[in-house]
Structures are given as structure tokens and as C-alpha cells.
Design a protein around this ligand. Sequence first.
Ligand code: HMG
Ligand code: MG
Length: 347
Amino acid sequence: MSLRQPYVVVDPSLPRRVRIYEVGVRDGLQNEAATVPTGVKAEFVRRLAAAGLETIEVTSFVNPTWVPQLADAADLLAELGPDGLGAHRPVLVPNERGLDRALAAGVSAIAIFGSATETFAQRNLNRTVAESIEMFRPVVARALDAGMWVRAYVSMCFGDPWEGAVPVPQVADACAALMDLGAHELSLGDTIGVATPGHVVSLLDALAARGIARDVTAVHFHDTYGQALANTLAALREGITIVDASAGGLGGCPYAKSATGNLATEDLVWALQGAGVDTGVDLETLVATSAWLAGQMGRPSPSRVVRALAPAAQTPEPAASSDPASPAGPDPGAMAGGLGCGIPTGS
Ligand code: HMG
Ligand code: MG
């Protein structure tokens, strides 16, 4: 028998409410070697919303040859209708071509995504850091003119698989450059999951010194080294109230060696619920959603809470795909090097 809710002891060092920014549909599914059918993605979004997740990043309007898993962005939004649009349904947009596509689909919230390091800027955006800022500049200007909400991600904030340690001032420069474009919110990406709590606090302090406030800053931890929840709690104790998480712990980045899944939303909700922090999420509905998706994908969820509360979902039958051309079955390529990132480990 498993305990299905944590015992609640209010932790006064944490904020009373945390806004979870759900990235499983985008950051999670972009990393699956098998393309998940559009209908399954739409159902995933609806189930996440029903679980109480208010903000759900739905998809990416990137070059579809770079991320074929999300090439159905317009179709997904068309299928979702009002459930996929609005201020709480952001999509990733790298350039003006992506913005045109997003506007045509009726999107009103976007996220640009820069890099703190040159190597990742080149690998993820085919540009230097400076060139990528120039790529984003007209995107943000036009988006703001159109009344859109704009988030700016910065990747490799705590370490880079090619460059190693990334100096905090270098990260702060990248964050400031993106926020200077006019973005409303910043998300600090620990793309390869190497951050530790003290490092997180030092970056938040460096950002505060640059005028970037805690209340517009989100944290985005991948869990490669098992530090994502510890780092999140450290950030919350520093005044952060926006946390990126991925249902079932799905995730990674196809262009970042050794990026595994994000902090699992269930694991975050368990910890916050136990500390008396309101997230608006119904844990049982969320666990059922991740268990359902695990069945669709034919492989277990990495979330520890999903494993504890839905053990039957850990040996799922591969589901029949609604799209015969892209079966949603298990795919060893999705776990290259056992790391959960669908890229060759040498790249
Ligand atoms: P590029 O090849 O340099 O683009 O890619 P280009 O401007 O030279 O154009 C080449 C062709 O692509 C052209 O077509 C364009 O029209 C087309 P052609 O004329 O040859 O027929 N094209 C597009 N088509 C559709 N939509 C578009 C688009 N853009 C160009 N938006 C680009 C540059 C930035 C587009 C490319 O590098 C790209 O798409 N990169 C995205 C990579 C990506 O999505 N990575 C994962 C997301 S980041 C992440 O996961 C990290 C995060 O989670 C935080 C963290 O964990 O750190 C956010
Ligand atoms: Mg990410």
C-alpha cells in the first residue's frame, strides 16, 4: 500500500503559492525519438489542464527539420482550439518565420530561447550568442506590438557539455541581453542538470545585481544528476515562485549532449503539497495523466512519484498508435546512452 498524499507540515521558508510552468508537452515530447501522434499530444494537454496546470507550453514553431517531433505544431493548435491558445499556452519561437507561423495559428504567448555559451548557441540555433540576440530582437519587438506575452529562456546556465563550467557573470550577461529585448519573464535553464543549490543562489544574486528581479524569474532544472528538486527548493527559498516542470519527468534537449528529463511535475507537487505550498494541481489526476502517457509511449515514467503511485504504469503495454506512420511505441533511440536524450552520445 502506498501513501497517496504527503503529510502536510507548512514550511515558512517557502512561498505560499508556486506557479508551475508545465513543459512536458514541448520539452518532453521534443526529445522522443518516436513522433507522438498529434491526437495524443492534444489529449495530453487537455488532461494536464484538467489536473490543474494553468500554464502549459504547448509546442515549438522551430525549423521542423531540426525538431521533427514538433513539426505538427499548427495541426496540434488547430486540434486543441481554445484549449491550446491564450496567455497561458506559450509556444517556442526562435525567429520571425516561427513568429509568423505562431501568429497565423492564433498564439498569444511565446518563448524565445537563447544560450549562455557559444557552443550551444551554434548547435541549437546555428548562430553565435550575439547573432542569436539579433535574431530574437525583431521577434520580441513584433510580439510585443501584437500584445503577446514573451518569455526568454537561457540555456546552459550552470554548465555546458562542451565548454564545461560556465562563469556566473557570463550567464548574467546572456540573461540581461535577452531581458533587455523586452521579455516579461526569464527562465534559467540547467539544460544538462549539473547545478547545485549554492550555485543557483549565486546566479540569482548576480541577476538581482543586474536588476533582474526574482518575481520575473523562473527556474528550469533537468534532473541528470538528481539535483533538480533540491535546486528548486533552494530557488524557492530565495524568493522564486515560478518553476518549470515536466509531467512524468519527460524531457531533454535533442541538441544538448547528456540532457535528461526535467524535474518531474509530480515530484515537485508532492514536495510542495507536503510543505503546504499551493500549486493548484490535483496530484492524483496528474499521476493518472502521466501513467496514461507512459502507456501511450510504451515505456515507464521516470518520475519517482508516478512510480510510487501508479506502479502498474511502469510495465505498460505499447499502445496502438492512431498514426500508423509514426507508432508511439518504445524506441531505444529515445534513450541514447541510457541518458534519455535522443541524440547520439558523441554529438
Ligand atoms: P537555420 O537552418 O539556420 O535557419 O536554423 P535559416 O534561417 O537558415 O532557414 C533555413 C530553412 O529553414 C529555410 O527554409 C527557412 O524557411 C526554414 P528554406 O528556405 O531552406 O526552404 N525555417 C523555418 N521553418 C519553419 N519554422 C521556422 C523556421 N526557421 C527557419 N521557425 C533555427 C535556425 C533557429 C530556425 C534552427 O536552428 C532551429 O529551429 N533551432 C531550434 C532547435 C530547438 O528547437 N531546440 C530545442 C529547444 S531549446 C531547449 O529545449 C532548451 C530549453 O528547454 C531550456 C533548457 O533546458 O536549457 C528551452
Ligand atoms: Mg529544457
